[in-house]
Design a protein around this ligand. Structure first.
Ligand code: TYM
Length: 344
C-alpha cells in the first residue's frame, strides 16, 4: 500500500501590514520613532495599508477647516518621510465607509467591561474630563480598521498594544459565534522606539504638552530641545546613560559611533547637559534634512497628494468591502446579491 507522501511544508503567507495615525496635530518624534519609521521599513515586505485616522480625530478636533488641513498635512508628512504610495496603500479612514459598518457588527459582540478597562477612556475619566461615546467606543472602531483589511501585523508604539488585544478579543468572539471570518493580527513594536520620552521625561504625547514635532520650525525646535528637563547632578559626576531621557532622545537619531561616544561621555562625567542638547539639535536636524526638503516640494503640489489618497481609498475600499461582505454573510445580514463586496 502506498504511503501518504510526506507533507510539503507550506510557506508562511506574506504579512499584511496595516496601521493608522491620528491627524490631531503635527507628527512628533514619538509618532515617527514608534510607528512611522516602521511603516517605511515594512512597506517593501508584503502588502501594506496605512491610513490617516480622521474619524478617531473627531473625538478631539472640532474645527472642520482645521481637520481638513491636518489630514492633508498628515499625508504630505508621511510621503515626505518616505512612505511610498507605489508600494503601500495610503488613504484616509473616513473614505472607507465599510469600516464604520463593520464597527457596528463588532460593537454587538463587545462587552462594556472590555472598553471600561481601555486606557484612553480611563485616563480621561481619572482626570475628571467628560468622555463621549466616541472616545469610549474608540477601540471598536480601531478593531474594525484592522480587521477590515485582514491585517496580520500592526506596527505601533507601546500605547496601542492594549487596543490590539481588544481587537483580537472581538475578532475571536465574532469568529466563535459565526465561524472563521476575521484574521487575528499581532502588534509589532520596535526596540528603543516603542515609548519615546517627551521633553519632561514622561511618554511623548500631545496630551502632556511635551512633544517635539518632526517638521517644527528649526528655531522653535531648538528652543524646545534646550528646555528638555534634566536632573541637577554636578557636571563632574559620571552618569549612567541608560534610563536618561535626554540620552534616549539623542540615541534615536545619532549614528552608532556618535551614540557610543556619547555613552562614554556620560560614564566619564565632566560634561554639561547643554552640550548633549546641542548635539541632539544637530543629529535630529541632519536626520530629517532630506525629509524637510521633500516636504517643501510636496507642499507645493496639493493635487498630487489628493490623487494619492483617492487611489489609496479605491484600493482600500475593495479590500474592506470583501471582508465586510464576509462578516455580513456570516451573521445573517446579507440576502444574496445585495451584500457589499459581492460582484464588485
Ligand atoms: P496615535 O495617532 O496616537 O499615534 C500614532 C502612532 O504613534 C505611536 N506613538 C508613539 N510611539 C512611541 N512613543 C511615543 N511617545 C508615541 N506616541 C505615539 C502610537 O503608538 C501609534 O502607533 N488609535 C491610534 C490610531 C489608530 C490605529 C488604528 C493604529 C486608529 N486605528 C488601527 C493602528 C491600527 C492612535 O491614536 O495613534
Amino acid at each position: 500500500m502506498a504511503s501518504d507522501p510526506s507533507p510539503v511544508p507550506k510557506a508562511a503567507p506574506p504579512a499584511r501590514v496595516l496601521s493608522g495615525i491620528q491627524p490631531t496635530g503635527r507628527f512628533h518624534w514619538g509618532n515617527y520613532c514608534g510607528a512611522i519609521r516602521q511603516y517605511i521599513d515594512l512597506q517593501s515586505s508584503g502588502e501594506s495599508y496605512y491610513f490617516i485616522a480622521d474619524l478617531h480625530a473627531l473625538t478631539t478636533v472640532r474645527d472642520p477647516a482645521r481637520l481638513r488641513e491636518l489630514v492633508h498635512a498628515a499625508a504630505v508628512d508621511l510621503v515626505a518621510l518616505g512612505l511610498d504610495p507605489a508600494r503601500a496603500t495610503l488613504f484616509v479612514q473616513s473614505d472607507v465607509p465599510e469600516v464604520t459598518e463593520l464597527t457596528w457588527l463588532l460593537m454587538t459582540v463587545c462587552p462594556m467591561g472590555l472598553l471600561e478597562r481601555c486606557h484612553a477612556y480611563k485616563d480621561k475619566k481619572t482626570r475628571g474630563l467628560a468622555a463621549d461615546a466616541g472616545l469610549f467606543t474608540y477601540p471598536v472602531l480601531m478593531a474594525a480598521d484592522i480587521l477590515a483589511y485582514d491585517a496580520t501585523v500592526v506596527p505601533v508604539g507601546e500605547d496601542q498594544v492594549q487596543h490590539i488585544e481588544v481587537c483580537r478579543d472581538l475578532a475571536g468572539t465574532f469568529n466563535h459565534l459565526y465561524g472563521e471570518v476575521f484574521t487575528l493580527p499581532r502588534p509589532r513594536l520596535v526596540a528603543g522606539g516603542a515609548k519615546v520620552p517627551g521633553t519632561d521625561g514622561q511618554k511623548m504625547s500631545k496630551s502632556y504638552d511635551n512633544t517635539i514635532e518632526v517638521f517644527e520650525d528649526p528655531a522653535a525646535q531648538k528652543k524646545k530641545i534646550m528646555r528638555i528637563t534634566t536632573d541637577s547632578r554636578p557636571m563632574e559626576q559620571p552618569k549612567d546613560p541608560e534610563g536618561d531621557h535626554l540620552y534616549e532622545l539623542f540615541s534615536l537619531f545619532a549614528p552608532e559611533a556618535e551614540r557610543a561616544a556619547m555613552a562614554d561621555l556620560y560614564r566619564r562625567g565632566g560634561f554639561g547637559y547643554g552640550e548633549v542638547k546641542k548635539a541632539l539639535v544637530q543629529v535630529a536636524g541632519d536626520f530629517f534634512a532630506d525629509a524637510r526638503r521633500r516636504r517643501a516640494e510636496l507642499e507645493a503640489d496639493p493635487a498630487r497628494i489628493e490623487a494619492i489618497l483617492a487611489d489609496g481609498a479605491a484600493r482600500a475600499r475593495k479590500q474592506a468591502g470583501a471582508v465586510l461582505g464576509r462578516a455580513r454573510d456570516a451573521c445573517g445580514l446579507s440576502r444574496g446579491a445585495t451584500a457589499p463586496g459581492r460582484g464588485a
